[in-house]
Write a protein that binds this ligand. Structure first.
Ligand code: SF4
Ligand code: SF4
Length: 364
């Protein structure tokens, strides 16, 4: 498949932006600080209240117009296997069976909407943005498909539409930003029958979480996940088990995620630079191939044309020769006929000859 000029310019613009946004740094494409919106909204997921009904998954699917899953959302057997986020699933519920505990524990996972999102910092075309509402949103019209956000996210949340050939997008939970802006609840929060999800100002949610811990110290571990992790996230969690037992990352520290991932993305300008050179070369090769192909096509057409002309000249010459031969033969036939005609005696000559013959006969 050839590269269109538009594709090339898009990629090159991405590369150029990657080097231009951070001129002179030469080591990293990541801004190590992003002024988040600490007063923005968030969601508190009280894991101890979750019953694993998957209604939040169904609501998310509907609100975001995502593809229907292979198995319906009310099929809870799905929870026997680990569920993962994907381009078609912004949120998943997973079941855990902590050792020595009778009842299972259910944990809902989605984008955590970091206060200082590593994905937004890694995105040099600003397709991912932390909104004042608290949501981390994505603008597909700006995205160039580099997927640095996927590398940068410490929670491995952004997914890519690999099966979408024409306009692949980055897909992830948007905290239902359009609904929040209209004053409505995120789809998953609105549907949850057990109030395991609470939407509100992040500061208020932290107060609510602390009150629950103080009121029920035996029910909760004394920690609000997301209050400090990665510099803080808009989604907060309360649980009765250590978060590490629920497959939640506890190795990321309390610093902002962009600083954490800056090392991993240190090679970005190099990749971008090499990428631009590579794409430029690829474009030149493609163009050269196209030029050669066009030249070859023209040469073939010209050759065919000259061969046809030669053939036509040959045929014409043969026809001319045959015509001349025919003409000569016709002339010859005409001459012979004329000569033969001329050689025949006239009627009077024939009469005279007959009379003379008779006379000679009489004399004899
Ligand atoms: S906030 Fe919206 S997009 Fe995010 S998990 Fe809930 S329903 Fe899905
Ligand atoms: S809808 Fe609420 S209770 Fe049901 S799985 Fe989702 S978070 Fe848990």
């Amino acid at each position: 498949m050839g590269i269109t000029r538009r594709q090339l310019l898009g990629w090159m613009a991405a590369g150029a932006a990657g080097t231009a946004v951070f001129p002179g740094e030469g080591k990293t494409a990541v801004k190590t600080h992003f002024a988040g919106f600490p007063d923005s909204a968030g969601v508190l997921h009280d894991i101890t209240r979750c019953i694993g009904c998957r209604k939040c998954e169904a609501a998310c699917n509907e609100v975001n117009d995502l593809p229907a899953p292979a198995k319906p959302f009310d099929d809870l057997d799905v929870l026997k296997q680990p569920q993962q986020l994907s381009e078609a699933r912004y949120t998943v519920v997973n079941r855990f069976q902590p050792a020595g505990q009778e009842s299972p524990v259910y944990v809902k996972t989605q984008c955590n909407h970091c206060l200082e999102p590593a994905c937004a910092s890694a995105c040099f075309v600003k397709a991912i943005k932390k909104e004042e509402t608290g949501a981390v949103t994505y603008d597909e019209s700006l995205c160039v498909g580099c997927r640095y956000c996927m590398i940068a996210c410490p929670f491995s949340v952004p997914a890519y539409e690999y099966n979408e050939p024409l306009t692949p997008r980055i897909m992830k939970c948007t905290m239902c930003h359009p609904l929040i802006k209209k004053g409505e609840l995120p789809g998953c929060v609105a549907i949850c029958p057990k109030e395991a999800l609470t939407f509100g100002s992040r500061e208020e949610l932290i107060k609510i979480a602390r009150q629950r811990i103080y009121k029920h110290p035996g029910r909760y571990i004394h920690h609000i996940y997301g209050e400090q992790e990665m510099g803080g996230t808009s989604w907060l969690y309360l649980a009765g088990n250590p978060f590490s037992a629920l497959s939640m990352r506890t190795d990321l520290g309390m610093g902002p995620a962009p600083a954490l991932t800056s090392g991993a993305l240190a090679v970005v300008p190099l990749i971008v630079g090499v990428g631009v050179l590579f794409l430029t070369g690829l474009y030149a090769i493609t163009k050269r191939k196209e030029k050669i192909a066009e030249e070859e096509r023209l040469e073939a057409v010209n050759q065919t044309r000259s061969e046809l002309e030669e053939l036509m000249q040959q045929k014409l010459a043969e026809q001319k020769k045959a015509a001349e031969k025919e003409k000569e033969a016709a002339v010859k036939r005409e001459v012979e006929r004329a000569v033969a005609e001329a050689a025949k005696p006239t009627e009077s000559e024939a009469t005279d000859d007959s009379a003379s013959a008779k006379e000679e006969h009489g004399n004899a």
